[in-house]
Design a protein around this ligand. Structure first.
Ligand code: COA
Length: 164
């Protein structure tokens, strides 16, 4: 069997989102989601909120992706609320990188696990989560605006190790 060639991984800078990223975030959101689209107003709120760090991936001055994690108060869990990679850079390792950055941030905040919901028909995202170590633990029926079910995934984040 021939070996499948891996696409070249993408070079990006990860940083906190700023208000001036708003237009690009909305454009990306509309390009990748058909249902439950995060509104401009919500993005504005998330960017300003210390409870919901929004990380963006910048590639040559353009927005290549984002990941948004929520930290419910009085909980040891973090919630991966949304993740998106621009279609023109898909399959080049950015999804895994954004996931890893979100997990590292949640771990630094002392959260023991990351949880997320994904549309039952979103095969690509489901495959990504499974490969990145997420385990299916439940389902929400009639969860999305299009009445689709959500699969619930969780990944333990492990203990923070102090090597000093
Ligand atoms: C789901 C989503 C974030 C995944 O992002 P992605 O970067 O395209 O991730 P993919 O799993 O498709 O591609 C990763 C591939 O990049 C390739 N790759 C290249 N360089 C790599 C690297 N350095 N590290 C890891 N993978 C690399 C690999 O082929 C890898 O696939 P593999 O793990 O099967 O080997 C993206 O498809 C997306 O934005 N979808 C639309 C929005 C959405 O559905 N969001 C989820 C809502 S719950």
């Amino acid at each position: 069997m021939r070996k499948r060639r891996r696409a070249q991984s993408i070079r990006v800078t990860l940083r906190r989102a700023r208000q001036r990223d708003l237009a690009a975030l909305v454009t990306l959101e509309l390009a990748v989601f058909k249902t439950d689209i995060v509104s401009r107003r919500s993005f504005r709120h998330f960017i300003a909120s210390p409870r919901a760090p929004l990380l963006v991936a910048e590639e040559r001055g353009g927005l290549a992706g984002y990941v948004l994690v929520l930290y419910p108060p009085h909980s040891r869990l973090a919630r991966l609320y949304s993740i998106a990679v621009a279609p023109h850079v898909g399959g080049r390792g950015l999804g895994p990188r954004l996931l890893a950055a979100a997990e590292a941030a949640a771990k630094r905040r002392g959260r023991r696990a990351m949880r997320l919901e994904v549309h039952v028909r979103n095969k690509r995202a489901i495959a990504r989560y499974a490969k990145s170590g997420y385990r299916l633990f439940g389902k929400h029926r009639d969860y999305y605006d299009d009445r689709g079910d959500a699969l619930r995934f969780e990944k333990p984040l492990g203990r923070s190790v102090n090597l000093d």
